[in-house]
Ligand binder design. Structure first.
Ligand code: MCN
Ligand code: CUM
Length: 795
């Protein structure tokens, strides 16, 4: 563990050490807190029309006929488009991020409730909605396939009969690790514990739903698309490929985004409908989903049924883990993950432990549910992986009657083992786990909590203490291994220093609330000594920024953050050449400090970066071989992922009369390497911990047996508020990434990944007097009540 560089309060004005500056406020906040954010729905263009989408009321049906005459006759309607019309344009189907195809509008069948069937373009939003009711669709309802296990049974209705030769609902089998070696370790282990663990389907539920404004100019053939996108460049390329429009004629703009959480990574049919609407009418067309469209039809998350098994010695040395997973991908495989990783980064399910063997087998299937997958602060399925290992380790602690903290510490990968190759092939870059765990124990007062628990238990009170320890893999990724539909996962970055020493940095990633306008200015400021206030961050507009793959998988800091540091160093290298001419000394005689070059041994002889910038653009000659201007561009291809880690401790109290769980305390100690903006990191962690309370205790997208979505509004799909969460207690350690130019690792998803197991472990710990070893999320009062009464878990 390295020492921590956290500046005290009152350091506000030291712009020469911007990274790690604890009190730097967010540059973007003045506009957000004054209501001056500019979101997609704020875009108003002259003559703009509105698009509304007709969605299937049933989960599985053949479309017999669609009659649009009455809708077309509506006085404010400009166009009504069905799947048949899109087929003529060759746009009825589009590729998904997993190389499957998805219907833009249903042509043959509807395959989930809420699927897009037709759209209307009208003069205003209300008329467009009204006209949907005038469209008459006749459905021939089919048997829906809702249960993922039933989907694999012989004779189950085939959902994807559009795919050539498809006779079942199987999508893929995937495996990682060494089955035979794992079997051998299991066969000779003292103790084997297995448990069935479900990670239910949940939804990112951002405040801002998805939407876009498409403006196709028929004269010059240019398409401008304001869109709720986490990856504008990747989207532009995909639109070019799907719609056949020349890529240089497409401009994708992601303005302010009201939360993405992964749900704004995919391309949704609505975006394509708005584009087609604009092409057909010659006018700009806006499409904005409502809340229930968002909850029922856009990218869900999780939906893994996992059997976890762990093998250990009697004294608690973990030897191996293995798992068998059934993955529900919905009606179209729309999972967003690098091509070689159909199960995302689930391979890190071996966690933070030094094992002898590991093996995972997974089967992914189609069901009559909304497509998407992965989204919701998941780090590409690491949420599921961490939940599995941290739950099963607790099951082992239960069987061994060992303290869960002691069991974890006994099995940690040791600092001298890094870089550590896991039994599933991942190369953890750096880590020092025990100090992080100890820090969390210290903040929580763990021993005292256990004493209190014993006392309360003796009086019949239900208090639980839960621990989780996670290692994440973030920063996708090295382009040799990682691409999305053939686009390599590297990021461009461009930096221009203007003559007066102000700068603009152009990023390929796109913030949805993570504070990039601040933190990327800090990274650049740290490297070239221009104060962050003088550095403008431009992002979210393909016409103004270099190509890159966008923001998700907490990759902005690991990939674009590295790009920003390196592009700034490139500019500084050029500045050094100019400085040597200005000071009439050789480059080797220059020293860089606090935004200026000075002559070694003579600090009075110096030139600031601002003076150099003016010189770079000014009259007169520059040194031999140095071009004018002060700018640079790079494309950064990361060498490896970064592996942040953290230790979380949760304390819950359960009301024995109502089975209501109250999270009394939550301690989170995160290690994301070098910390750029501690305040922003804390905000990210608070957000993710709140996510964790939601998933552990409240959130689930449920379906009835007919495939009706039961979570289509925020009345039914419960998300936590300030009332359900405690005052978060956070701490940190710093283990820099050895391959990142400033040692930073990602953090955006850490708390969402790490907190659900801590909360569930706490609830299960509280229920220990009932002999309970596991209970499935969400631990609503009714589920906890059932668990206390020995009612079997839902299948
Ligand atoms: N940061 C830092 N020091 C570090 C690491 C990160 O100061 N060592 C800062 C970064 O500079 C950035 C923020 O923390 O401002 C998050 O950085 P990073 O971990 O790189 O994650 P991304 O910026 O790539 O954000 C993506 C991540 C993901 S994948 C989801 S999902 C999620 C999350 O961020 N969605 C969010 N956090 C969110 N926060 C908000 N407000 N809204 C979302 O939609
Ligand atoms: Cu998987 S949710 Mo985030 O990676 O945008």
């Amino acid at each position: 563990m390295t020492t921590v560089d956290e500046r005290p309060a009152g350091f506000e004005n030291n712009d020469h050490k911007p990274v790690g500056h604890g009190r730097m406020l967010r540059k973007e906040d003045p506009r957000f807190i004054r209501g001056k954010g500019r979101y997609v729905d704020d875009v108003q263009l002259p003559g703009m029309l509105h698009c509304a989408i007709l969605r299937s009321p049933v989960a599985h049906a053949r479309i017999v006929s669609i009659d649009t005459t009455a809708a077309e006759a509506h006085p404010k309607v400009k166009a009504v488009v069905t799947g048949a019309a899109l087929t003529e344009l060759g746009l009825a189907w589009m590729p998904t991020l997993s190389g499957d195809v998805q219907a833009v509008l249903a042509t043959d069948k509807v395959r989930f409730q809420g699927q897009e069937v037709a759209f209307v373009v009208a003069e205003d939003r209300y008329a467009a909605r009204d006209a949907l009711e005038l469209i008459d669709v006749e459905y021939d309802v089919l048997d829906p396939v809702i249960d993922v296990r039933r989907a694999l049974e012989p004779g189950a209705p085939v959902i994807r009969d559009d795919l050539d030769g498809k006779t079942d609902n199987h999508i893929f089998d995937w495996e990682t690790g060494d089955e035979a070696a794992t079997e051998a370790v299991f066969a000779s282990a003292d103790v084997v514990v297995s448990e069935d663990i479900v990670y239910p389907r949940v939804h990112p539920a951002p405040m801002e739903t998805c939407g876009c404004v498409a403006d196709y100019d028929r004269i010059d053939g240019r398409l401008t698309l304001w869109s709720t996108s986490q990856a504008p460049h990747a989207h532009r390329t995909l639109y070019a490929i799907v719609a056949g429009l020349p890529e240089h004629k497409i401009r994708v703009i992601s303005p302010d985004i009201g939360g993405g959480f992964g749900g704004k990574v995919p391309i949704y049919p609505g975006y394509v409908c708005a584009i087609v609407g604009s092409i057909v009418t010659g006018k700009p067309v806006k499409w904005m989903e409502d809340r229930s469209e968002n909850l029922t039809s856009t990218g869900f998350a999780r939906d893994y049924i996992m059997r976890g098994e762990i093998a250990a010695t009697r004294d608690g040395k973990i030897l191996a883990v293995r798992t068998n997973v059934l993955a529900d991908h919905g009606a179209f495989n729309g999972v967003a993950a690098p091509v070689k990783y159909p199960a995302g980064f689930f391979g890190v399910f071996t966690g933070s432990y030094d094992l002898q063997a590991a093996h995972c087998k997974m089967t992914a299937v189609y069901t009559n549910k909304a497509p998407g997958g992965v989204a919701y602060a998941c780090s590409f399925r690491i949420t599921e992986a961490v939940y599995l290992i941290e739950r099963i380790v607790d099951c082992l602690a239960y069987e061994l009657q060992m303290d869960p903290v002691e069991l974890r510490i006994k099995n940690f990968i040791q600092p001298d083992q890094f870089p550590y190759r896991t039994k599933t092939g991942w190369l953890y870059d750096s880590g020092d786990y025990e100090p992080t765990m100890r820090k969390a124990l210290e903040i929580a007062g763990y021993d005292e909590l256990r004493r209190e628990q014993a006392e309360r238990r003796a009086c019949g009170e239900l208090m639980g203490i839960g621990v989780s320890f996670f290692t994440e893999a973030v920063g996708a990724g090295p382009r040799k291994d990682m691409d999305i539909l053939g686009l390599g996962m590297a990021d461009g970055c461009e930096l221009r220093v203007h003559p007066t020493g102000k700068a603009v940095v152009r990023l390929s990633v796109q913030t949805q609330g993570q504070g990039h306008e601040t933190t990327f200015a800090q990274i650049v400021a740290e490297e070239i000594g221009i104060p962050p206030a003088d550095i403008d961050v431009v992002h979210g507009d393909t016409d103004q920024t270099p190509f890159g793959l966008g923001t998700y998988g907490s990759r902005s800091t690991p990939v674009s953050g590295a790009a920003a540091a390196l592009v700034a160093r490139k500019v500084r290298d050029k500045a050094r050449l100019i400085a040597s001419a200005m000071l009439e000394v050789s480059v080797a005689d220059l020293e860089w400090q606090k935004g200026a070059f000075h002559v070694k041994g003579d600090p009075a002889k110096s030139v600031t970066i601002q003076e150099i910038a003016m010189r770079a653009h000014g009259a007169g000659d520059l040194p031999e071989g140095v071009e004018g201007g002060l700018e640079a561009q790079i494309c950064y291809n990361p060498e490896n992922l970064t592996y942040p880690h953290g230790a979380y401790i949760c304390v819950v109290d359960i009301d024995p009369g109502t089975a209501q769980v109250k999270v009394r305390r939550f301690v989170a100690v995160d290690d994301c390497g070098t910390r750029i903006n501690p305040m922003i990191i804390e905000g990210q962690v608070h957000r993710g911990l709140t996510d964790g309370v939601g998933m552990a205790l409240m959130e689930m997208i449920a379906f009835d047996e007919d495939g009706n979505c039961l979570g289509g509004s925020l009345m039914d799909y419960l998300i936590p508020t300030a009332l359900e969460v405690p005052d978060w207690e956070t701490g940190f350690t710093v283990t820099p990434s050895p391959h990142h130019p400033i040692g930073a690792k990602g953090v955006g998803e850490s708390a969402t990944v790490g907190s659900p197991p801590a909360i569930v472990n706490a609830v299960v710990d509280a229920l220990k007097p009932f002999g309970i070893r596991h209970a499935d999320m969400p631990l609503t009062p009714s589920r906890v009540w059932d668990a206390m009464r020995g009612v079997p878990r839902p299948p």
